[in-house]
Structure formats: C-alpha cells, structure tokens
Design a protein around this ligand. Structure first.
Ligand code: SF4
Length: 375
C-alpha cells in the first residue's frame, strides 16, 4: 500500500494530502533553486496515479478499521493518531493526520503538474474526487510559461474537474532579473499565465522572492514585480526572502563576486517599494515564511496597504542598534514580531548576545548562518 510523494509543498498546504502526479521539475534551471538539482523530471502514467489514489483509499480503510478495533467507531481522533504514530509507516501517519483534519485538501506534486496533458490531468482529478469524496480543495504548483501556453478552455476544464488553486513561483516581474536568474519565464508570460488562471475562476497564489535582484537591480526588481502583479490581480501574493544556497548556480555567481545580496534593511526597503506600488488590485498579501524579517507585513489590498507600510516604517525608523537587535533576535528565534522588542528580558538577552558576537567578530556570520538554517 504505497503511494509516491515528492519533497516539497507550499507552507499553506501543511494540512493537505500530498500526491505526486509528476516527478521533479521539468525546467530545473533556476539559478537560485536547489530543490530538484541532480534529479530528472519524469511523467507518471494515469494508471500509476490512479493506483496511488486507490492505495490512499486502502490505507484510509485500514486506519478506520483500527479505529473500530480501538472502540472509536471509525472516528479518527487523537487516540487513533497516537496509536498509529507508535507503529504506522510515514505514509499511514500522513493519511491518518490528513483524515484527522477532515480529509478536505489535496496538493498535487511536484513542481509543475500542469505540464501534464490537460485531458489526463482532468481525468486524474475527477478520479481523485470520486474516490475521495471528502476532498473540497485541490491545488498544484505550475510554471507561468506552461500556463501561458494553455488554451483558456483547458484551464476551465481543469477547474471543472476539481482544480481550485494554482501556486506560481513568479519570483520577479523584472525581465532583467528573470533572465539573469534563468527563470525560463518572462514578465509577459507571468501576466498571460496569471490572467488565464484568474479568468478561468481558479484561485491564484503568486510567490515573490524579495531580494532576488540583489545589488544589481535594487529598485527594478520591486517596481517591475509590482507592475506585473497589478496586471494579474492574483488572489494571494506570498512573500519569500532570498537565501542564497551555496551549491546552486547563484551561490557560484556570488562566490565569483558577480552577485551581491542586498542587506536585510535594503530588502525591507524594497518590500516597502513593492507594496507602495501595488495599485488597483484586491489581493491578500501573505508572509508565511520564517525567512521574511517582518512577518507581520500582511493584509488585504487595498485597505491594509497603509498598515503594511507602517509596519515597515516602524522597523526602518528604529535606531541602527535596535534594528540589529531585532535581526539577531528574529533569526535566533527569540522574536517573532517588532512588538517583541518591548519585552525587556528578551531584549537584554539579545543585546548581550550582540555584544558577545561583536567582540568575537562573529556577528554577521552568525546572523547569516541562522538565516541559512531556515531555508
Ligand atoms: S521552476 Fe521552480 S522548482 Fe523548477 S527550478 Fe525553477 S524554482 Fe526550482
């Protein structure tokens, strides 16, 4: 009773059942991405996908049987879960935890399921909904270039088959940045692909990578990203912050001195520029990754725009020593938001650590390695 799973999912899909329809990334050339490096893309057949779905059903049946044996009448509760944690395989625990949360959401892996033939993907989605009727939301990653090539009717067919949401790694709206990072998509394709998703009535999440322009495109990255987002008007804009991984082409460019990262303060100022220039859209801005320095920059556009800018301004107007204290405290895990600076014991603890690391000449290196550990 095996079914295949890939390595990653968006943070917002933490409660979803993960099912793999294709393996790895068909592009796999973005300079900053190490997720699928060394792996080869492959398609899975419809038969393999259906067999996986059948196996999820069999596992779910076994879990319910266990619940009956334990006297809970098929209900998947904490007791059943903890029993399975003692003896179940990783997949059994995954399905049990999913059932415990209602069995409502599914995330289709890996990096670009929309590359499947629309007819096959739609059939797989219909089969999934038929076999697992509790499912209310099915989501997937997709590349803008793939979406831009789809006929609008294909996206409508996928929505009708059950695909409710698409996550797109837009990263930047600047053609210069996209080209330099070998993203394999242009600003025009981001707009075209994104608009098609919105017009097909599928919920759209666009992921933005703060800092991706580095010192080469310190303003253009943010201004062009805002311009492209304004054209798309996605349901969600999800913020991520660049963390350069050494063993990637971008890590090599940095090592050769060709790419210099922005400082955290420069990235925050860039985030301000981006938000300031988001106009005429009603997207939800989400900051759901620990790498983002200011996680409280979140809200609905346009009504929360001033609030988001005020959070950034509060940080940028702090004295330099306080910003340093916050950055270390945040990366150290002692702070979550700016309000935590007002907690004297925590503030004093971080300040003592700042002083110690300064004396030892390890302050910048420590903050960098704490950030790297959050990737
Ligand atoms: S398309 Fe996505 S998964 Fe593929 S290499 Fe680029 S960032 Fe990585």
């Amino acid at each position: 009773m095996f079914f295949e799973q890939g390595p990653i999912r968006p943070p917002s899909e933490a409660e979803s059942l993960l099912l793999r329809f294709t393996r790895n990334c068909p592009w796999n050339r973005c300079d900053f991405c190490g997720t699928y490096k060394g792996e080869t893309f492959s398609r899975r057949t419809l038969e393999e996908i259906k067999r996986d779905i059948d196996n999820v059903c069999l596992i779910a049946e076994k879990i319910r049987e266990r619940s009956w044996q334990m006297g809970y009448g098929g209900e998947i509760n904490r007791q059943v879960l903890s029993d399975l944690y003692q003896s179940g395989s990783h997949l059994v625990i995954h399905v049990a935890a999913w059932l415990y949360r209602g069995g409502k959401t599914v995330f289709i892996q890996d990096a670009n399921s929309l590359i499947m033939k629309t007819r096959e993907l739609a059939e797989a989605l219909r089969y999934l909904k038929e076999r697992l009727p509790s499912v209310e939301r099915i989501t997937s990653y997709a590349r803008s270039q793939t979406l831009a090539r789809k006929d609008p009717r294909e996206l409508e067919e996928l929505r009708e088959a059950g695909l409710n949401r698409i996550h797109v790694g837009m990263e930047s709206g600047s053609d210069a940045v996209l080209k330099y990072m070998n993203k394999g998509a242009t600003a025009r394709e981001h707009i075209e692909g994104g608009r098609k998703v919105v017009e097909a009535g599928i919920s759209l999440c666009e992921y933005v990578l703060l800092g991706l322009g580095g010192r080469l495109w310190p303003e253009e990255h943010y201004l062009e990203t805002a311009r492209v987002l304004n054209r798309i008007n996605p349901d969600f804009i999800r913020m991520r912050t660049l963390a350069v991984i050494e063993e990637t082409p971008l890590g090599e460019k940095r090592a050769r001195g060709e790419f210099t990262e922005q400082t955290e303060d420069e990235i925050v100022a860039g985030e301000r520029l981006l938000i300031e220039n988001l106009d005429g859209i009603n997207s939800q801005v989400v900051s759901d990754h620990m790498l983002n320095l200011l996680e409280e920059v979140r809200g609905r556009l346009p009504e929360d725009k001033e609030f988001m800018i005020s959070v950034i301004d509060r940080y940028l107007s702090l004295p330099g020593r306080e910003r340093l204290n916050f950055r270390l405290g945040k990366r150290w895990g002692l702070y979550r938001g700016l309000a935590d600076l007002n907690d004297p014991p925590r503030h004093a603890r971080v300040e003592a650590m700042v002083r110690r690391l300064e004396e030892e000449g390890r302050l910048d290196g420590t903050i960098s390695s704490l950030r790297a550990s959050m990737i």
